[in-house]
Design a protein around this ligand. Structure first.
Ligand code: IPE
Ligand code: IPE
Ligand code: MG
Length: 277
C-alpha cells in the first residue's frame, strides 16, 4: 500500500509516487528560486570534493567526511528534483581514486554499497532513476551488484536520472569507446569512414546521457579531475569553496541561479553594438 504521502517502496508494493509531494523540503523551509524553466540546467554534474579535508580540519579521519557527504548528496538530489533538473551526475569514485590508501579505498567501496542500500527506497519514492556510469574492471563485484539492484528498482522512474559515476574516468570512457568502435570496425559492423561525434556518443558508457549544462565542483579546487570529459565539453563551470559536507540544496540553487545568468554561445556570436553617447 502506498503511504499517506503517496510514496512507493522498494518491495514494489507502492504506486503513484508523485515525486514532488514526497521529496523532503528544505529543513529551514526555503524553496527553490523561481527560474524560467528554460533557464534551469537540464543536466547538472557534481564533483563532490573536499570531504577528507573537511574531516581532517575537525580532527577527524577522512572517512568521517565521506559519511557526512551522504546527507549532502541526498539533500542536493532532493533540491535538484524540486528545481526541475532532469539529470544529475555525481562523481562518487574516480578511476584515479584507486591510488588512495587501501583502507580508504576499502571504506569507499563498502560505504558506497551501504549508501545505495540505504537510500534506494527514498530515491524510488522521489521519482529518481539510478544509472551507473563507469567501468567494470576493478570495481568491487558487491558494489556493482548493489548499483545494478538500485537501477532495477528505480527503472520505471522518470522525474530525474541520477548518474552514479563509480569507477568513472573521462579518458577511460573515451578509450573504452574507441576500443569498442575499433572492434566493431574489425568485425564489419561499423564503417570507419562513417564515424562522427554521434557515433562516439553511442559508444559512451551511457549513450543517452544529455550534455552537461552545469558542472559544479565543491572543495575549492578549480579543475574537473577527468569527470565527464566528452559530455561536459560545453558545460558552464561553477566552483564553490565550500567542502562537500557543508554544501546543500540552497548552494545548488545558488549555482543554478548563476547558471541562469550565463550567456551560452556554443561558438556562435551575435553582433550587439552598444550605442556610444
Ligand atoms: C571527494 O572528497 C570524495 C571522493 C573522492 C570519494 P575527497 O576525499 O577528495 O576529499 P579531499 O578533496 O581530499 O578533501
Ligand atoms: C575527484 O576528486 C573525484 C571525486 C570527487 C570522486 P579528487 O579529490 O579525487 O580529485 P583531485 O585528486 O583533487 O584531482
Ligand atoms: Mg579531493
Amino acid at each position: 500500500m502506498p503511504d499517506a504521502t503517496g510514496s512507493a517502496s522498494a518491495d514494489g508494493t507502492g504506486t503513484d509516487p508523485r515525486p514532488l509531494d514526497v521529496v523532503p523540503l528544505h529543513r529551514g523551509g526555503l524553496t527553490p528560486p523561481a527560474l524560467d524553466p528554460a533557464a534551469v540546467p537540464a543536466h547538472v554534474a557534481c564533483v563532490m570534493d573536499g570531504n577528507g579535508r573537511w574531516a581532517n580540519a575537525r580532527g577527524l579521519p577522512r572517512t568521517e567526511g565521506h559519511r557526512v557527504g551522504e546527507s549532502t548528496m541526498m539533500d542536493v538530489i532532493a533540491g535538484a528534483v524540486e528545481l526541475g533538473v532532469k539529470e544529475l551526475s555525481v562523481y562518487a569514485f574516480s578511476t584515479e581514486n584507486w591510488k588512495r590508501s587501501p583502507a580508504e579505498v576499502r571504506f569507499l567501496m563498502g560505504f558506497t554499497r551501504s549508501v545505495l542500500r540505504a537510500q534506494t527506497d527514498d530515491l524510488l519514492a522521489w521519482g529518481v532513476r539510478v544509472n551507473w556510469v563507469g567501468r567494470e574492471p576493478r570495481l568491487w563485484k558487491s558494489v556493482l551488484k548493489e548499483v545494478r539492484r538500485s537501477e532495477r528498482i528505480t527503472a520505471a522512474n522518470d522525474t530525474m536520472v541520477l548518474n552514479m559515476c563509480l569507477n568513472y574516468g573521462g579518458r577511460a570512457e573515451i578509450a573504452d569507446a574507441a576500443r569498442a568502435m575499433a572492434q566493431d570496425v574489425e568485425a564489419g559492423r561499423l564503417r570507419a569512414a562513417s564515424i562522427n561525434e554521434k557515433t562516439v556518443q553511442r559508444y559512451l558508457y551511457s549513450p543517452h546521457m544529455r550534455d552537461v549544462d552545469l558542472l559544479i565542483r565543491t572543495g575549492g579546487e578549480q579543475r574537473t579531475s577527468n569527470f565527464l570529459m566528452w559530455s561536459s565539453a560545453y558545460a558552464e563551470l561553477y566552483f564553490s569553496d565550500l567542502p562537500w559536507p557543508e554544501f546543500d540544496r540552497t548552494e545548488l540553487w545558488r549555482a543554478c541561479e548563476a547558471y541562469a545568468h550565463r550567456e551560452r554561445r556554443f561558438g556562435g556570436a551575435v553582433d550587439r553594438v552598444t550605442s556610444r553617447s
